[in-house]
Design a protein around this ligand. Structure first.
Ligand code: PMP
Length: 451
């Protein structure tokens, strides 16, 4: 579709937004949101007719791109037949979505509790773990993001927790492995893995194993920097959790549904958690949906005792119909394989090649359609291009990098000193190369801020 410029309509959208929309995570008067006129596949466009290649997949959720005709049609059809229904009924779209999800999740994660998004999935997973074990505490990693509701934001390790940290009982943070900025000062993946597992064991010992309900980890931490764990780490955590009767929760809200080139990131590591949260890619975000995949043992806890939690819109038919259509499209079009291939053939080699030429790139990490470039002032010292959690003037180098990318028609994902390359899983090779070329030019702007 060719975007038709309509600046007047854009101005009206923008004016109403500025007057009445209260935006997430923002100082309301300091933001200038782009008015979006439309989107298709890997692109969206504004009312001036300027197109952007979306290297962010929205907030890492449009795994099959925008406006896939089969998913749009499925939502329309569901709206025409049964647009809504309360959760305590068996509804075709809901049961079919649950079946398709359960068939793809690892191990015996065969029961699906539906939510409206990721944070509610995390809330319910931690509640299930607490009720299942009768224990109060949950351990989570410092470099993590688990959502913005009350428990989920307390579990989150990144600085968005700080102003929200009102001392919720029972959340304890620990360090997960990350060799590039090793909290354990390790110099090899093997050492990092060993030390991180020892640190987790020590944390559990000093907190009291009998007080710990769950350990929650993102399989591959996303927002915090796409840090693929060293081989053996997740299997080690699984083993520690088993030893102490602790529920192991993997948060796959961002990494799940094809993003990493497998259905779930856990498939890369051959680990099965007791609970697994998902959202985003489950239906490419066309209608809000998330959920928890539940193991047989935890499902058993609530077989004859009611689960004390629920949501009005749990398993909403429109959202579930979108999930059914999305999963079917992913199978028919081989989208999971496409993510693996674009990572192996284009994004991985292309980003590594950029790293060779641009002194601002400290490290390239990732897999599938899930990559991060860590931008630094100095490759030797690894000093980040901007300080941790920089804002305003201190963040100017990243802002300049972002502006340069947008000027070249690339919409980049930026978090602190990183840019994440997280396009739709079905981005074409030509589109990915177009994005890499724009990134190349934008990185030259970042290079100006290196030593
Ligand atoms: N967990 C992870 C790993 C996430 O990436 C996110 C969202 N970025 C969430 C939970 C929260 O999801 P939501 O914003 O849908 O509540």
């Amino acid at each position: 579709m060719t975007p038709q410029p309509n600046p007047q309509a854009g101005a009206a959208v923008k004016a109403a937004d500025r007057a009445h929309v209260f935006h997430s995570w923002s100082a309301q008067e300091l933001i200038d949101p782009l008015a979006v006129a439309g989107a298709e596949g890997s692109y969206f466009w504004d009312y001036e007719g300027k197109r952007y290649l979306d290297f962010t997949s929205g907030l890492v959720f449009t795994n099959i791109g925008y406006q896939h005709p089969k998913v749009v049609a499925a939502i329309q059809e569901q709206a025409a037949t049964l647009s809504t229904f309360a959760p305590a009924f068996a509804v075709e779209a809901r049961s079919e979505a649950a079946r398709l999800i359960a068939e793809r999740t690892p191990g015996d994660l065969d029961k699906i509790f539906f939510t409206n998004g990721g944070a509610e999935a995390v809330e319910n997973a931690t509640r299930m773990a607490r009720l299942h074990t009768g224990r109060p505490k949950v351990l989570s990693a410092y470099r993590s993001y688990h959502g913005a509701t009350s428990t989920a934001i307390n579990l989150t390790g990144d600085p968005r927790r700080w102003p929200n940290d009102l001392g919720a009982a029972g959340v304890v943070h620990f360090w997960a492995p990350f060799l590039y900025r090793s909290p354990f000062h390790s110099d090899s993946e093997g050492q990092e893995c060993e030390r991180a597992l020892q640190h987790l064991e020590d944390t559990i010992a000093f907190e009291g194993p009998a007080t710990i309900a769950a350990v929650i980890l993102e399989t591959i931490p996303g927002t915090a920097g796409i840090m693929t764990p060293p081989p053996g780490y997740l299997a080690g955590v699984r083993e520690i959790c088993d030893r102490y009767g602790i529920v192991f929760v993997l948060d796959e809200v961002m990494a799940g549904f094809g993003r990493t080139g497998k259905w779930f990131a856990a498939d890369h590591y051959e680990v099965t958690p007791d609970l697994m949260t998902f959202a985003k890619g489950v239906n490419s975000g066309y209608v809000p949906l998330g959920g928890v995949a539940i193991s047989g043992a935890i499902a058993e806890t609530f077989a004859r005792r009611p689960y004390p939690g629920g949501l009005t819109y749990s398993g909403h038919p429109l959202a579930c119909a979108a999930a059914v259509a999305t999963i079917n499209v992913m199978e028919e079009e081989g989208v999971v394989g496409q993510a693996a291939a674009i990572g192996e053939r284009v994004l991985g080699p292309g980003l590594r090649e950029l790293a060779e030429r641009h002194p601002s790139v400290g490290e390239v990490r990732g897999t599938g359609a899930f990559w991060a470039l860590e931008l630094v002032k100095d490759r030797e010292t690894r000093e980040p291009l901007v300080p941790y959690n920089a804002s305003g003037e201190a963040n100017a180098p990243m802002a300049a990098f972002g502006a340069a990318a947008k000027a070249r028609g690339l919409w980049p994902f930026i978090n602190m000193n990183r840019t994440h390359v997280v396009p739709p899983c079905n981005i074409t090779e030509a589109e990915a190369k177009e994005g890499l070329a724009a990134l190349d030019e934008a990185l030259s702007v970042a290079d100006e801020h290196t030593v």
